[in-house]
Design a protein around this ligand. Structure first.
Ligand code: LLP
Length: 420
């Protein structure tokens, strides 16, 4: 899917579905995140169709965007959730995602979170280490219950993605090395309160090629056979998330092609396939809309200064990520080259360098594209800037799905001890 499909230009003005962004900005102010409900649904259906002939469970990776309206949209479509904290379990449950569709990933789960997950009755723990396994066993035994587990296996495959979001190499902190897998499954089978049911793998995010998935799934399929030989009953394979989206000019394999790779490698095992997509469900369903504060002419460059900053969208600063940046009103067709920056007091607060955009002036709206995933969820109040509100659009309707906090709310959440 290409971003613009749900954010089209109508008479030279950008819309979200059938709502003019300008109308939202008038009501909500800028900056704000804007999501297309239809795009989320279409992306979900894409996975559903791709895996239609498999026993598959789509567990949306809540970390990509945990807004209740997003989770409710996906819950109504039948989605489960991949979570990494008690907070995310609570979000998923509050949005109506049943506990038996929740898989709990995360590299250092703490005791209280494990207890909460066990009490809720989640579908599966994706266990990342032996100490974590022992902790789950102790807590499950104390609660007189059974934890269904898979180990997250680190298959030592290079995902060819940004180093900060690559997880499947042996030097990364994630999972149990595949060479130790048979040993840890043996330990798990001997522990009380533990039911071994699956194998889990996730090699990284924003993958643009199928070959690393194929290699990882091939290794996992072989491991499943070995584990069965060892007497374990393995009936779930969780294949993680990671399929990328087009931010710039990346050519992303289709969901169907991705599903075919999974089916070819794992289809014969007769397992339930769990998938944990985040970015590929939300990424291109959302944008960040900002206003031009002013244009500053430096000695060498023109700076387009926005009222959104790195605290609203950190991906460019953190991963050197590319996001398309478009004028909302393109009636002036003259293009100018700008460095597009935010108001935060750091040079890293730069969205793009030497980018061509329609000539803009103070007050104009600018859309930063492909921000539905890892945008609002990674925002902060750095520089005491308020978190940007989130808006969801469906056809001709829009609704604020998270309000901009007031200054009072933010400042009053601090407290001063009597001894200060
Ligand atoms: N499952 C596990 C265990 C994960 O760690 C992740 C993402 C996913 C699923 C979902 O992956 P996706 O389908 O979204 O690629 N903040 C970074 C991305 C971090 C991804 C972390 N794990 C960014 O903005 O690019």
């Amino acid at each position: 899917m290409n971003t613009q499909q749900y954010f089209p230009y109508v008479n030279n003005k950008m819309f979200a579905e059938n709502v003019a962004l300008n109308d939202i900005a008038m009501q909500v102010g800028t900056p704000f995140y804007c999501y297309s409900n239809t795009a989320i649904g279409q992306n979900y259906h894409g996975y559903q169709q791709a895996f239609v002939d498999q026993d598959a469970l789509i567990c949306y990776a809540v970390k990509a965007n945990g807004n209740q309206a997003v989770l409710s949209t996906l819950a109504k479509l039948g989605s489960g959730a991949d979570v990494v904290s008690e907070g995310e379990i609570r979000r998923a449950r509050a949005a109506g995602i049943p506990a038996n569709k929740i898989v709990y990933s995360g590299v250092a789960k703490i005791a209280s979170e494990i207890e909460y997950a066990l009490r809720e009755g989640i579908f599966q723990f994706n266990v990342e280490s032996e100490p974590e396994l022992e902790l789950i066993s102790q807590i499950a035994t104390r609660l007189n219950t059974i934890a269904a587990i898979a180990f997250r296996i680190n298959p030592d495959v290079c995902a060819n993605t940004h180093a900060k979001i690559s997880t499947g190499k042996s030097e990364n902190k994630f999972g149990v090395p595949i060479s130790k897998a048979r040993l840890v499954y043996k330990q798990a089978a001997a522990l009380p309160g533990i039911k071994v049911q699956g194998v889990d793998v996730h090699i990284g995010s924003q993958l643009t090629q199928l070959a690393p998935f194929e290699e990882a799934y091939k290794r996992i399929a072989q491991l499943v056979l070995e584990l069965r030989e060892d007497g374990h009953s393995i009936n779930v394979v969780d294949i993680g998330g990671g399929l990328g989206i087009t931010y710039d000019a990346e050519n992303i394999p289709s969901k169907q092609a991705y599903a075919n790779v999974a089916k070819n490698q794992l289809g014969k095992l007769d397992c339930k396939i769990v998938i944990e997509p985040g970015r590929s469900l939300l990424g291109n369903a959302g944008i960040l809309v900002s206003s031009v504060v002013l244009i500053k002419t430096g000695e060498e460059r023109q700076f387009l200064m926005l009222d959104a900053g790195m605290n609203d969208l950190i991906r460019p600063s953190m991963y050197d990520a590319h996001h398309d940046i478009l004028a909302v009103d393109v009636s002036n067709t003259e293009l100018k080259t700008y460095d597009i920056v935010g108001p935060v007091c750091e040079t890293g607060d730069t969205f793009a360098k030497a980018r061509k955009v329609n000539e803009s002036k103070s007050g104009d709206l600018i859309a930063v594209m492909s921000c539905g995933a890892y945008g609002a969820v990674m925002a902060s109040t750095y520089n005491t800037r308020m978190l940007a509100p989130e808006v969801m659009v469906k056809d001709k309707e829009f609704a604020v799905i998270r309000q901009r906090p007031s200054y009072e709310e933010v400042i009053n959440s601090d407290s001063v001890p009597s001894w200060v």
